[in-house]
Design a protein around this ligand. Structure first.
Ligand SMILES: [Zn+2]
Length: 252
């Protein structure tokens, strides 16, 4: 009981010294991890109808939709390496502070909220044998940054789904320069051969769901999915917090 009181007092003092604020609007909010109404209004959530493969909302590419209206033009032209991809949020300027906060500033108070958004976007897609695999960082980058934001998202989502998170299998065997500022081809070349799988038996025959923060050109996701499929996974899905749906400045 005394511990609980002491903890409450520390929490009270912390809130006095560092009152929780909305990460988008920087106005006070009730609790850490909450958004203000103005912050909420800035977010562009993805809603059906979407491409059944890559999850692209059709409002952005209606003219390119397939005859059955279920596949987008780019998935018809070049089927992706994953079986499906979903993301709850459009990646645009208002969302950037959320992603950068998670990536650079050690800001974890939104993780549970992010996981619940991602969970909702996975409606009906997750199988009983699913295992979550975060897009890995090279160990040297992990040392300097201290944590991998994709692994944090995977752990929070794994908690919501009640399914295991496999962080030891997919790894980055080669350190790659940042993808920022590169086009689709440049990103693909930069990332080629960067990933490998150890202990493939942990993924073989199962539904593997790759987790990352942002889906941009698909170069990283594609390279990861290739290795996961080669390890014998029965199905490879992808879930990211947000995804690019139109031309934006990809400075992440
Ligand atoms: Zn598509």
């Amino acid at each position: 009981m005394r511990d609980k009181k002491a903890h409450g007092a520390v929490d009270f003092m912390a809130r006095l010294l560092w009152p929780p604020e909305c990460p988008l609007e920087h106005v006070p909010v009730d609790r850490a991890g909450h958004l203000s109404p103005e912050g909420w209004a800035k977010l562009d959530f993805i809603a059906p109808p979407c491409c059944r493969s890559c999850g692209l909302p059709f409002a952005y590419e209606a003219a390119g939709a397939g005859e059955d209206g279920l596949l987008c033009a780019s998935c018809i032209a070049q089927p992706p390496r994953f079986d499906w991809l979903r993301a709850p949020l459009v990646y645009d300027d208002p969302v950037k502070p959320l992603v950068l906060g998670l990536k650079n500033a050690d800001r974890r108070d939104m993780l549970n909220v992010f996981a619940r958004w991602m969970l909702r976007s996975l409606d009906g897609l997750v199988q009983e044998d699913a295992v979550l695999v975060p897009v890995p960082l090279h160990w040297m980058r992990l040392l300097s940054r201290r944590y991998n934001q994709a692994a944090l998202l995977a752990q929070a989502l794994g908690h919501e789904l009640g399914c295991p998170v496999e962080t030891g299998s997919l790894y980055r065997k080669r350190r790659t320069p940042s993808q920022a500022g590169r086009g689709t081809k440049g990103r693909r070349r930069n990332i080629a051969g960067a990933f490998a799988v150890r202990r493939p038996e942990r993924l073989a025959g199962r539904q593997v769901i790759l987790v990352d923060d942002v889906f941009t050109t698909g170069a990283t996701v594609s390279a990861c999915c290739r290795m996961i499929k080669n390890s014998g996974a029965a199905c490879v899905g992808v879930v990211t917090l947000c995804r690019v749906v139109r031309d934006v400045d990809v400075t992440i």
